[in-house]
Design a protein around this ligand. Structure first.
Ligand code: ADP
Length: 164
């Protein structure tokens, strides 16, 4: 049986903190599915097609990684794809408190699924997608927080909010 992990998030956009968690988790699993949580009623900053494309570009040569879109509960997606692990990153104690509750409830309802946490690298602790969106929205350069190899031009919004 394959050890499959789901790395769920909105990834709006996928940044170096996310990339680091996925790369560090690679030796632990046979496959990691990066699951973009999708909500048809919620506007995102970057179109979902771009978010999928960018993650695929980051992990271009990595066979163990797949990118999928899912609307609904992460645990339902785990069952759909036969994953027994949910991978999450922990930045701060606030992350821990939030994640602990979700992981414990998930465990209670779906005992076969384990949530696995990796601590953020110290230099990635302050990075979050909201701040990156804000920089881009106001015409700043957020490229130092974005994975290498992506086309920086595609992250320029010129003060105009992107719709998905
Ligand atoms: P959500 O929008 O659902 O909170 P994100 O897309 O921001 O999720 O993040 C998805 C996952 O990546 C979460 O497990 C989160 O803890 C982790 N993560 C977010 N930012 C960082 C970071 N700077 N370093 C490491 N992990 C991070």
């Amino acid at each position: 049986m394959q050890n499959i992990a789901i790395f769920p998030g909105s990834f709006d956009p996928f940044h170096i903190g996310h990339e680091s968690i996925v790369r560090r988790a690679l030796p632990l699993f046979d496959k990691i599915i990066i699951m973009i949580g999708y909500n048809a009623n919620k506007k995102s900053f970057f179109p979902v097609e771009n978010r999928i494309k960018w993650i695929n570009q980051v992990f271009d040569k990595v066979e163990k990684i797949e990118v999928r879109l899912h609307e609904g509960l992460t645990v339902d997606f785990c069952k759909e794809v036969g994953a027994r692990y949910i991978l999450r990153g922990l930045r701060t104690s606030a992350d821990f408190e939030y994640e602990r509750a979700i992981a414990q409830i998930n465990k209670k309802m779906h005992p076969e699924i384990e949530t696995v946490f990796l601590l953020t690298l110290p230099e990635h602790t302050p990075i979050n997608a909201t701040i990156i969106r804000d920089i881009i929205f106001h015409g700043g350069d957020a490229s130092m927080f974005l994975p290498k190899g992506l086309n920086r031009e595609e992250f320029t919004i010129n003060g105009k909010k992107s719709n998905s």
